[in-house]
Design a protein around this ligand. Sequence first.
Ligand code: NAP
Ligand code: ZN
Length: 367
Amino acid sequence: MKLTYHMSTKVIMGEKCIRDNAELIRGMGKRALIVTGASSAKLCGALDDVTASLKSAGKSHVIYDKVMNNPTVDCVYDGAAIARREGTDFVIAIGGGSPMDAAKAIALLARQIMPRKKLFSGEFGTDVLPMAHVPTTAGTGSEVTPYAILTNDEIHSKQSISSPALFPKYAFLDVRYLNSLPHQAAVNTAIDALSHAVEGMLTVRAGIMSDLIARESISRISACFDALTGRSLDKENKEQLLYGSMLAGIVIANTGTTALHSMGYPLTYYKNIEHGRANGLLMAAYLEFLNTHVPEKISEILSLMNIDSVNSLRLLLDKLLGGKEAVTLKEIEQYAENSSMSKNVKNTIYEPSVTDMQGIYRQSFKL
Ligand code: NAP
Ligand code: ZN
């Protein structure tokens, strides 16, 4: 029996869960830094709920709403400077994976000043501002992971900061915040969550507990395939996606991701393709590659999705993702080389070579 499991975030899910749990926020500190993007926190109602809860708990706050999609290293250094200048002693992140990840790096840098190189080394202390995370997408699971993924121009890709100190203290999941999410964003983020649960089962670190949670996550997310293709997500579907995405976050918190995520990062960095969409564009060819090496794993994953073959999954993803971006052979060579540097490749149950990765890209983009 093989098992390693850790999760230190308290998860609270339910409508109005932030307003109903103001006493938890009361214990976090005196002055909050709210970290968010330009508009979604206001649009979906989460910002009002958080500020009302802070007010009822007698806490002051400052808002840092400059987090862009795929946040940069500059962005988190800016946020940390504001956290220090304003004397904030806890962080509330509201948004998709971008603000939630940025908030983790800001909470770290607010307490520990360090040069950029050291940030990605993981060689820092455990002194980090306490954090509460409020997801407004159902995709990244960042509310329950110890990872912050930033755009690092020095390596021309995205790179992860990872430390057990980066687990948020609380995650508040309220399905109402998904109501303002555009349909295609719901699709892309659902595919990201699916990808986390699927990849978790395809890592060298997978164990019986992460597999147990991954199976539940894949089943919950896959039960929404019809509503995702039919553009008819109802409240129950959204709850399943939010729950499934959080479960998938717990999976990768314990297993990490695989070469599929590594291969998606250059697509985001160079082509500005959304993170979940990038994974979705590559997923069928990636599973087909692994099917020749670990067929029993792939067949279990497909049966959890209630899908009979990798080809049926490809058709489903094509329908969900629509027309594909143009990618050249030269770009593919560069992306495969770039991906091969990522440590997630070594975490894959059967490690693809650079040539294998070129083949997966070529098949995905029909070159
Ligand atoms: P995102 O980049 O956080 O947000 C994408 C867009 O959706 C933004 O324009 C955002 O607006 C908008 N949006 C978010 N919630 C909305 C809502 N409820 N209503 C309307 N618009 C909304 O998207 P994401 O896919 O959730 O996160 C992707 C990031 O997470 C990537 O950087 C990826 O690398 C990272 N990630 C992290 C982990 C982890 O374990 N830490 C795992 C997977 C992925 P605003 O700009 O106004 O907020
Ligand atoms: Zn992801």
